[in-house]
Design a protein around this ligand. Structure first.
Ligand code: 5GP
Ligand code: MN
Length: 338
């Protein structure tokens, strides 16, 4: 983002505006952390602001400050569409293409509002008047911190803003362990703790609020784990029946895919989860090193994301999807073998 663009955004924000902030569908910690942080920041600057999510998000994010104000487009469609059409500004956070918000995408495209993208995913679409896109960033939350800093307001970060930003940086970096975590990320985390983010409490709220059923579901997922050592790949399946057996709730499978990657010598991990209602298999892919799961997912599973973390989907059955996955792997023999 250029200095001239920042000046223009400063001018836009110098008078109260109607502003909508949008995370991607099935929002994660970074999506909700970044949108709610920006919400608190803009509200403190006298704007009329709403966070509008395409759909609901897991219970482990429901304690974030401002959570009770979040609108959900899928259950409040008419009201949300009116607000989108009346908005002066729409911020789209933590996604790179309007199809990532589902049906809401068409309404955003039609709205006359000035659009601002803040995002760290690869190959961003060109729908926004202002684009702050940087794929080297650990998280959209880190970018929102820098955005506030570019606007000269880093000393006005409240405890609520800091709490939201800390949460998204923590979840998108796997608790500060992924290669996207830089000294700058840790510097910002230090600033957020100084601004009032309670780091121990935030870790507890996100990671230590599991239900007994969720841990049983994890046990099931781990017993389904398959390893293809010669291609340094591991994958997990979960059928709809298994999800039902353990009383699956949204977000319960978050992080399961990483167990495959924790195996010695494994550099590519996947999880395939059957969603009978939507008639799709939802796929999460993770890798270590240069093997790009973003490219893999774009090419074969109608998805995308980052080099080391991506998602996608399949319209085939669970077993057919696994067959397809296994048949593709040898194409990547060079990347996957030592
Ligand atoms: P997850 O596997 O945790 O759902 O997603 C991993 C990363 O890939 C996240 O950054 C997420 O935003 C992105 N992602 C997940 N699903 C999709 C998808 O269907 N399409 C695209 N383009 N990105 C996705
Ligand atoms: Mn993110």
């Amino acid at each position: 983002m250029t200095t001239a663009e920042i000046k223009q955004i400063q001018a836009l924000l110098s008078i109260p505006k109607q502003i909508i902030i949008v995370p991607h569908k099935n929002p994660d910690g970074d999506a909700m952390g970044s949108t709610l942080a920006l919400y608190h920041y803009l509200k403190a600057n006298n704007h009329n602001v709403y966070v509008m999510a395409p759909n609901d998000y897991p219970h482990f994010l429901k304690w974030l400050p401002g959570d009770d104000t979040v609108l959900k487009h899928d259950t409040e469609t008419e009201h949300c569409n009116t607000l989108l059409h009346e908005a002066d500004l729409i911020f789209t956070l933590d996604f790179n293409a309007l199809h990532r918000v589902g049906q809401m995408g068409d309404v955003i495209a039609e709205s006359q509002a000035i659009k601002v993208m803040i995002d760290h995913h690869q190959q961003p679409e060109n729908y926004a008047a202002y684009m702050f896109s940087d794929v080297t960033m650990s998280s959209t939350c880190e970018m929102v911190y820098r955005f506030i800093e570019m606007l000269g307001d880093q000393d006005n970060i409240t405890t609520d803003i800091a709490t939201c930003l800390y949460t998204g940086i923590m979840t998108d970096t796997g608790s500060f362990r992924f290669p996207s975590t830089t000294s700058e990320t840790h510097y910002i985390i230090g600033k957020l703790i100084n601004a009032g983010a309670n780091n121990a409490q935030i870790h507890n709220n996100i990671y230590d609020t599991n239900s007994y059923e969720k841990l049983q579901l994890l046990g099931c997922a781990l017993s389904n784990l398959k390893v293809i050592p010669e291609l340094r790949t591991a994958y997990i399946t979960l059928s709809q029946d298994e999800l039902n057996r353990f009383d699956f709730k949204k977000g319960d499978t978050e992080g399961f895919v990483n167990y495959g990657l924790s195996l010695n010598n494994i550099i590519f991990a996947a999880i395939f989860i059957e969603h009978k209602q939507e008639n799709i298999i939802k796929i999460s892919l993770r890798s270590k090193g240069d093997f790009s799961v973003n490219e893999f997912s774009r090419q074969y599973f109608d998805g995308g994301g980052h080099t080391n973390a991506a998602g996608g989907k399949s319209d085939l059955s669970l077993s057919e999807t696994i067959e397809k996955f296994i048949s593709i792997l040898p194409n990547y023999k060079n990347e996957l073998t030592l």
